[in-house]
Design a protein around this ligand. Structure first.
Ligand SMILES: [Cu+2]
Length: 586
């Protein structure tokens, strides 16, 4: 028997004691000791599932350097002359209305300059060729070796004039997991108020100039101090896709290095549920709506916020037409607080999960595909790329994504799986015949991208070791017993060094997705065990169940400045579960 086969069978028989695994069972989920009822928050108005076409954001449009007024000041950016921008983008952040679902829009009053019935109140990003603001915002499609510059304007109303009942109209935009100089990273105190802009220089440089450090599925989202959860919930999230010669986005790429994964570098949709390409990003946000069709949020619940309707690219329970061929789906948990176990089922046989391949964890290609997965678990800010082959279905078949993860409050999952009709509807695929002359040229190669090397144990033992304990104190959330204070530097590794960090969840009934800006890490041990399967990867969000302990390896290179470590249950983050750490010149 081949080694990979054995590994796969092993995964079926054993239970990974962690989030982020596939073919999982309940043992890895957390079990809150008490449940708080959601009865105080009324259900959203009824909507009809699978009637709204999936929205697929178009590309961010290159405006050219000449459009930037004032021009770029290279002195404001670390190493700008080495990584001079070749792509130039401008985005405006605005308040407007968004059609989450026609049934909800129909309930909406006249607001934000739009007539009654036009849509739910939303904060959105512009930047596509049409100039239309959307949520998610236009997708930043970038390539290694082609530095990009994005100027983001805060055009939200002043706080006394906003219609959005939640959030605060100051913005700081973080490109999640990008290897970004501090001043461009979306540090939570680096914010722009209405009428101001902030500039972001993305060097599109592999960490340590190592192509094994390539990132692929990223997202940009608001990171305003104390208001991240609410501002993202209001609509401020969008996707970013990084390509290179290996993961080139072109399934017919003749370059022998190219992986030829499904995709043809096309973004957007035709408005009727048909995508323009085969490399599709899907960001999940769970939202609760009022009787007048607007998003609602309980700011007094510091445990977290749960919506009762799952949106995909800010459409409630949408449908998507797919051809009988392979697709790459980049699945993001946009939060704020919900964890998912997503399974794929033919509507005519909801008892038999359809298997698929997982090719990336937290947006980073695995060494080899994890084949035969029957579900994928993601916590807030985690991403998994999967490949689904629809050629196994017939034209006319309907296939659904269902959420199997039971969660009744913001603390974390209950540890039980939803079954039958309790499973939550996420999205419906409608399978169509390929067009005449169309071929699926894509592949699922046996090898994807190697992992960067890790020093041997005797070297790891000599490095600086730090521990980050995620806990609860006086009704708020702490890291190492402290609340977020931007004037306190909790760690200051020197540029060019490496360290071993341990993340510990001190809570016995809480889940904490722990995120570190700037560098990603490799897991050394998860609850004392060496990582296998999809955890043998580079990660930027360690989703810790109760009492989980994860030891990881970090290097700090290329840029210096202020960064943060925080829980990516953004409600915990906003209630102080965040620390500043700095990289200092070596
Ligand atoms: Cu948390």
């Amino acid at each position: 028997m081949k080694r990979r086969k054995v590994l796969k069978m092993g995964a079926l028989l054993t239970v990974p004691a962690v989030f982020g695994g596939a073919k999982v069972a309940n043992a890895q989920l957390c079990r809150p000791t008490s449940y708080r009822s959601l009865e105080s928050e009324p259900d959203s108005p009824p909507v009809t599932a699978y009637t709204e076409p999936l929205f697929i954001p178009p590309k961010l449009h290159d405006v050219g350097v000449g459009a930037l007024n004032p021009p770029i000041d290279p002195n404001r950016h670390q190493r700008y002359d080495e990584f001079e921008a070749e792509k130039f983008y401008e985005q405006h952040i605005v308040e407007g209305v968004w059609n989450y679902h026609s049934d909800l829009s129909a309930l909406a009053p006249a607001q934000a300059g739009a007539p009654a019935g036009a849509g739910s109140i939303a904060w959105m990003y512009s930047g596509s060729i049409t100039g239309q603001a959307t949520t998610p915002g236009p997708t930043l499609v970038a390539r290694y070796g082609e530095p990009a510059f994005v100027r983001r304007h805060n055009d939200l109303p002043l706080s006394e004039d906003v219609v959005m009942p939640i959030g605060y109209p100051a913005i700081s935009t973080h490109l999640h997991n990008a290897h970004t100089a501090s001043e461009s990273d979306g540090y939570p105190m680096d914010f722009a108020t209405p009428g101001e802009f902030w500039e972001h220089h993305y060097a599109m440089y592999y960490a340590r100039n190592d192509s094994n450090e390539a990132l692929a599925s990223l997202w940009y989202h608001d990171h305003m101090i104390d208001f991240t959860a609410t501002n993202v919930y209001a609509g401020l999230s969008g996707m970013a896709i990084f390509y290179d010669d290996i993961d080139s986005g072109d399934e017919t790429d003749p370059n022998p290095q190219a992986l030829n994964l499904p995709g043809n570098m096309q973004f957007g949709d035709d408005g009727a549920g048909n995508s323009l390409g085969f490399d599709i990003s899907m960001i999940l946000h769970d939202v609760r709506f009022t009787a007048d069709g607007n998003p609602t949020y309980n700011v007094f619940d510091t445990d977290g916020h749960l919506g009762d309707l799952i949106t995909v690219n800010r459409k409630v329970q949408p449908f998507m037409n797919v051809k009988r061929r392979k697709y790459r789906f980049r699945i993001y948990d946009g939060g704020p607080s919900r964890f998912y176990e997503l399974g794929l089922y033919k509507t005519s046989d909801r008892d038999t999960p359809v298997s698929f391949d997982i090719i990336a964890n937290d947006g980073n290609l695995l060494e080899e595909p994890f084949s035969g997965a029957t579900s994928v678990i993601i916590g807030p800010a985690n991403r998994n790329d999967i490949i689904v082959d629809f050629s196994q279905f017939n034209a006319g078949d309907e296939v659904e994504i269902l959420n199997l993860m039971e969660q009744v409050n913001g603390q974390g999952p209950t540890g039980r799986r939803l079954t039958g009709n309790d499973r939550m509807k996420v999205l419906q695929f409608r399978v169509e015949e390929m067009g005449s002359g169309e071929v699926d040229a894509s592949q699922i190669p046996a090898a994807l991208r190697p992992l960067p090397s890790i020093p041997p144990q005797e070297v790891l033992d000599t490095l600086v070791h730090r521990e980050w304990v995620f806990d609860h104190d006086m009704g708020l959330w702490t890291v190492n017993g402290q609340f977020m204070d931007p004037s306190v530097v909790s760690a200051a590794p020197k540029q060019g060094t490496a360290e071993v960090w341990t993340f510990r969840n001190a809570g016995s009934s809480w889940a904490h997705p722990c995120h570190v800006h700037f560098e990603e890490c490799q897991v050394l041990e998860w609850n004392g065990k060496k990582p296998t399967g999809v955890l043998k990867s580079r990660k930027d969000v360690m989703t810790l169940g109760p009492n989980d302990v994860v030891k990881v390896f970090y290097r700090f290179d290329d840029f210096v400045g202020r960064y943060v470590i925080h829980c990516h249950n953004n409600v915990h983050e906003d209630n102080a579960m965040m620390l500043r750490w700095d990289i200092t010149p070596g």
